[in-house]
Design a protein around this ligand. Structure first.
Ligand code: NAD
Ligand code: NA
Length: 396
């Protein structure tokens, strides 16, 4: 069948298996071009199928020859419907890993559940014995709490006051003002339950109790800070409270890993186009201005460049991991560079539907968005009949 992008609002309903494969291959090639990383050898990535998690899995496997187990929640293909991009990405990753003689297995299901944790524990016991690095890279709008059975939903809202600012519909390029009402009720609590650190520590506890964390092992979760332009809706909003909680959790996990000389970090990453970030109001306008400026400066990075730098220049340098005054690893340094931020603010003030194509990188935004679903890659024949990958033995 010939697969085309089918958009509904901010999501794409289809994904291209060959394009997703190309995306994975490009990321592998990038990692290989940067040379070997003296990193962890047995790696568990929770949220391994797209974005920063997929990049982490690729960087471990193809930078450090690591055996990887990936956990994610993706839709396999069904009759007449394509799989979700993360499923194709993972199928392609496993194929490439197998070709390279690297161990790679995946577990597809709800990482918040006890069942998927148990399945992962059983797989580690059977195949790898212990884990040296746990990457926690989940992004989810909901969490079914495994002990209470309550379904929590996260929200992206400001706290305390109504927020009005510009945003862009990146499909049409229309810049307009939007107003977001402040959160109410249990919005903050729910967002913290979904995107805070509780599940991360549940994973680490479960692994530790089963003696599956190797001496000196490390765990890393990803956070975001961003600029003053987005802080009302991001870092000072409901999601920011969840990130505060995640960052605080790094310290309690670090304490709990003392007995095995382990370590826990949060890495603050750069703003990038992912399925999650496209749905956050204001962020697409910020990203399109940011990309333009960072590309001109030569400091633009995607997920794979970010994680390559995280591994090679922060985590696995052979000496102490550099952190900020709050104990966080920072790879958002180039995004938050004063010159870059001043320029974003200057352009933000004058951005309109008429000039955004010129002063911002709408093209780049759209390309990255299509790329998420496997569309728009060079070297892929999108007019060719695609026979889908339907069965991958190593994805359970
Ligand atoms: P993403 O949407 O690309 O990836 C999310 C991953 O989580 C996927 O592998 C998905 O399958 C998995 N997942 C979601 N719900 C799941 C569930 N219930 N069970 C198992 N797996 C599940 O997101 P991303 O942008 O790579 O975000 C990863 C982390 O990085 C998040 O903590 C995010 O806040 C952070 N981060 C993102 C940005 C950004 O701009 N995108 C910037 C800095 C930090
Ligand atoms: Na991810």
């Amino acid at each position: 069948m010939i697969i085309e992008p089918r958009m509904r609002g901010f999501i794409c309903l289809t994904a291209h298996p060959k394009g997703c494969e190309q995306s994975v291959k490009n990321q592998i090639e990038y990692i290989q071009s940067k040379g070997k990383i003296d990193g962890a050898k047995r790696v568990l990535v929770i949220g391994a199928s797209t974005g920063f998690g997929l990049a982490s899995r690729i960087a471990s496997a193809f930078g450090s020859d690591a055996a990887t187990i990936g956990v994610f929640f993706e839709k396999p293909p069904t009759e007449g419907k394509t799989a979700s991009p993360g499923w194709y990405n993972s199928a392609a990753f496993e194929k490439e890993a197998a070709n390279a003689g690297l161990y790679a297995k995946s577990i597809n299901g709800d990482a918040f559940s006890n069942e998927i944790k148990q399945q992962t524990i059983d797989l580690i016991k059977a195949d790898l014995g212990q884990i040296d690095l746990v990457i926690y890279s989940l992004a989810s709008p909901v969490r079914l709490h495994p002990t209470t059975g309550v379904l929590h939903r996260s929200v992206l809202k400001p706290i305390g006051q109504t927020f009005t600012n510009n945003t862009v519909d990146f499909h049409s390029g229309k810049v307009s003002e939007i107003t977001i009402e402040p959160c109410s009720g249990y919005d903050i609590e729910n967002t913290v339950v979904v995107m805070g650190g509780e599940d991360w520590s549940m994973w680490i506890d479960a692994l530790k109790q089963n003696n599956l964390l190797a001496e000196g092992s490390t765990t890393v979760a990803y956070s975001y800070i961003g600029s003053s332009l987005t802080e009302a809706v991001y870092r000072n909003g409901t999601i920011g409270r969840a990130k505060d909680h995640l960052e605080a959790t790094a310290f309690s996990i670090k304490d709990s890993l003392k007995s095995i000389n382990g370590n826990a970090f949060v890495s603050v990453n750069k703003a990038l186009v992912t399925q999650a970030s496209s749905a956050i109001p204001v962020i697409p306008l910020y990203i399109s201005l940011l990309y333009k400026i960072m590309k001109a400066k030569g400091t633009h990075e995607g997920c794979i460049e970010q994680i390559q730098r995280l591994y090679q220049q922060r985590l696995f340098t052979g000496s102490t991991v550099p952190v900020d005054e709050k104990g966080r690893i920072r790879i958002d340094d180039w995004e938050l560079d004063a010159e870059v931020q001043n320029e974003v603010s200057r352009l933000w003030a004058i951005a309109t539907t008429d000039n955004l194509l010129e002063i911002g990188d709408l093209e780049g935004y759209r390309k990255d968005f299509y790329n998420l679903f496997g569309f728009g890659f060079e070297g892929v024949d999108y007019l060719a009949d695609t026979n889908e990958m339907v069965n991958v033995d190593s994805i359970k």
